[in-house]
Design a protein around this ligand. Structure first.
Ligand SMILES: NC(=O)c1ccc[n+]([C@@H]2O[C@H](COP(=O)([O-])OP(=O)(O)OC[C@H]3O[C@@H](n4cnc5c(N)ncnc54)[C@H](OP(=O)(O)O)[C@@H]3O)[C@@H](O)[C@H]2O)c1
Length: 318
């Protein structure tokens, strides 16, 4: 097979620092072009990363007939509009999370999903630790999983950061709450049926600085999460079952240069004396390290949950 020719929409930090370096390690694709609102910025990024072509507008990249797939790491409010434009130009799209900032917005993408690939860039689902922990759960290592707790936080009060701008899709729920929810869907292997949340808003920025959510996944199984952009860094996935506990140490920002660990405690001792540590080989989750195919249910456009009700969405065939 010929390598797929990718175009990168913007010089976003996540692309230039993590995703493009991950892509460049693959022989299955070619990073053929990068675009920016400013041609000079695109040219500098292209030169730094060894990308052959640079465009001075997003539209020019989408009009490039040699590009087959687009990576969209724009600010959240541009995820759907530019993904739609790329699909309309006949290109496959990998779009950064969260794919949309409202339930209704994502619907315009669905009609294209039957003939083009359109995916949300939750890299965590490719990390061996997410696959290994799910295998432990399927094996019944901690009995029946009944609930999970997920804190995911950092401190960022920079007014210039896209996350602190309410009008372009800023806020903790969009930026990191989506990871907690994807963890719930992945480890509980289902979709939430009810959801509610408490939100603490930053008065100056207007974004949700801290959000805590409670979701029910059916059969009495719960996800509880707290995400914040204004406390000390913390991230864990803690899973509690009928016969034990399991905890992922660095569940989301898994380091690319050191092994990841999770802890299994089936003994029931509360002081941690029964903990067994599982250490996984070093992996770069921004490069596909997939050891099994993603479940179809987990790789489709997400189902949509509103407060205390579920909006049914059509299944997408991909
Ligand atoms: N999967 C992950 O691990 C991960 C990690 C971090 C972020 N993300 C997601 O990736 C996206 C980008 O995040 P980031 O931290 O990389 O952002 P960033 O560094 O601020 O980059 C955003 C880029 O969007 C372009 N842009 C277009 N309109 C803009 C506007 N009105 N304001 C600011 N920038 C604008 C700019 O590129 P040009 O100047 O080149 O046009 C800018 O460099 C977000 O959706 C975020 O949720 C994902």
């Amino acid at each position: 097979m010929k390598p797929v020719r990718w175009g990168i929409l913007s010089t976003a930090g996540i692309g230039t620092k993590k995703v493009i370096p991950g892509m460049l390690k693959s022989r299955e694709l070619e990073v053929a072009a990068i675009a920016s609102r400013n041609l000079g910025t695109a040219q500098s990024a292209a030169a730094a990363l060894g990308i052959p072509s640079a465009h001075g507008s997003y539209e020019a990249l989408l009009a490039d007939p040699t590009i087959e797939a687009i990576y969209n790491p724009l600010p959240n409010h541009l995820h759907v509009p530019l993904t739609l434009a790329a699909l309309q130009a006949g290109k496959h799209v990998l779009c950064e999370k969260p794919m949309a900032i409202s339930a209704a917005e994502i619907e315009v993408l669905r009609p294209y999903a039957s003939r083009l690939h359109v995916r949300e860039a939750f890299m965590v689902r490719h990390h061996p630790q997410w696959l290994a922990v799910r295998e432990e759960l399927r094996r019944g290592t901690i009995g029946e999983l009944r609930f999970m707790h997920v804190p995911f936080t950092y401190f960022n009060a920079d007014p210039a950061n896209i996350r602190n701008q309410a009008d372009i899709g800023g806020g903790a729920l969009y930026d990191i709450g989506c990871y907690a929810i994807v963890a719930g869907r992945w480890f509980l292997e289902g979709e939430p049926v009810r959801a509610t949340a408490f939100v603490a808003r930053d008065a100056g920025f207007g974004i949700d600085a801290t959000t805590s959510g409670l979701m029910e996944f059916g059969r009495g199984r719960h996800l509880v999460f707290s995400v914040s952009m204004q406390v000390a860094p913390c991230q864990r996935v803690r899973l509690v079952g009928t016969e034990g506990r399991l905890e992922i140490e660095i569940a989301f920002s898994a380091p690319r240069d050191q092994p990841c660990r999770f802890f299994v405690d089936g003994a029931g001792a509360l002081d941690g004396s029964g903990v067994e540590t599982v250490t996984l080989p070093v992996a770069d989750q921004y490069r596909l390290h997939q050891t099994e195919r993603l479940d179809q249910t987990q790789d489709q456009l997400p189902a949509v949950v509103h407060h205390n009700e579920v909006v049914k969405v059509e299944e997408i065939k991909s």
